[in-house]
Structures are given as C-alpha cells and as structure tokens.
Unconditional design. Sequence first.
Length: 117
Amino acid sequence: METYPCIFCKIAAGSAPAKIVYQDAEITAFYDRHPRAPVHVLIIPNRHIDSANDLSESDAALIGRMFLTAVRLAGDHRIAENGYRLILNTGRDGGQTVPHLHLHLLGGQRIHLGLNH
Ligand code: AMP
Ligand code: ZN
C-alpha cells in the first residue's frame, strides 16, 4: 500500500504532506488543500479503493466508519448544529479528480457546491 503511486495512499502512509486531523488503522482524515468552505475535510480509507464502484459487501463496515468519522469531525469542528454537506464524487461525470475513494465534509457556511434547491 505504501508503494502505491497514489497521492492519497501516500498521505495515509505519511509519505506525502497533509494536515491530518484524524487517523486510525483503517481511515485517515485530512484538510483539503483547496478548501471550498471554512471546514473542508477529506475522509479516506487507508487502503486504496479507486471509487465507490469498487466497493464490495465486505467494505460495508469501512464505509460506515467513514461516515461516522465525518459526523464526529463535524461535531469536533462545531458545525454539526448548523449543518454540513457530505459529498462522494464518483467517476468522470461525478467530478472525481483523485482516483482514491474520499468523502468530503463541508461546512461552516451555507454550502453552494453540489445539489442545491
Ligand atoms: P474530488 O474532485 O472529489 O476528486 O476531490 C478531490 C479533492 O482532493 C479536491 O478537493 C482537491 O482539492 C483535494 N486534494 C487533491 N490533492 C490533495 C492533497 N495533496 N492534499 C489535500 N487535498 C488534496
Ligand atoms: Zn490510493
């Protein structure tokens, strides 16, 4: 995994710089380098998974932990009450630019990215 030539794999392995806000054996969370909101955190699996299309049943607990980590980090950043947006872009039409699964946590202001009414 550490030798996988992927920027998010390198961040998870500690071999590329990032402001890591949380890490455990399965998950790393770090601040997006081009934040689109006052709070913009990316939550990734440490293991390389290209996109949501590559998930299987055995990843159900991992995905659950990614979401729960995002919710907990929203609380830690004091944005839970006002609300936030979780975004998981998949593939070209979904706007995914880094081919390592990642969940965006965006908050701290009204979010005008993605679906709005
Ligand atoms: P997406 O468009 O959903 O693939 O989102 C990729 C996100 O990763 C973008 O918001 C980028 O700003 C962010 N990003 C790319 N490279 C890095 C990096 N080295 N450190 C932190 N964030 C990054
Ligand atoms: Zn990767």
